[in-house]
Ligand binder design. Sequence first.
Ligand SMILES: [Zn+2]
Length: 172
Amino acid sequence: MLQPYSLFSVISHETSHSVVITQWANRSIPFKNGMECLNEHFNRTCDLLEEGSCNSGAQTFTEDGSDILGQRINYEFFTRNYKDEELNKIVFDSDSLSVTREQAFFYLFGTTWCLKSGIVENHTDVHSNPQVRVNGVVTQMPEFSKAFSCTPEEAMFTAKKQTCNLFGPDSK
Ligand SMILES: [Zn+2]
């Protein structure tokens, strides 16, 4: 059964499909550049995760692009509802793990794609493998680096200038 966050995540993903359309690369240079940037990024994510053979890239563009756009929209909507101190508030605490509200946002996203199927990719799928989907998206979000205090030498770090944007550099 879908949890409320997962449902929200699916809605934003599906809505994003209406503007993440491969053929638009023929009409817009920024879109074409953003698409190529994303395809390279997702292919690199396969290498980062040591996926072995992996078809993420052109084959999975519309799904990867919709995942990223959807998650950026979700993040903006989410953070609009909290002040900074509320985002930094610990909402889960145990002996081994403390989680802030902002970190919880990303954990929830990760659990959306948590499956028992393992990491073997279905090479005909237009979706990236679940762990590529999750890690490929959060490594396009400097907000993730901030929430988890990632440093530039860490694999999950992303700076704004490293992000791919389909609708120009200041778009989501
Ligand atoms: Zn989709």
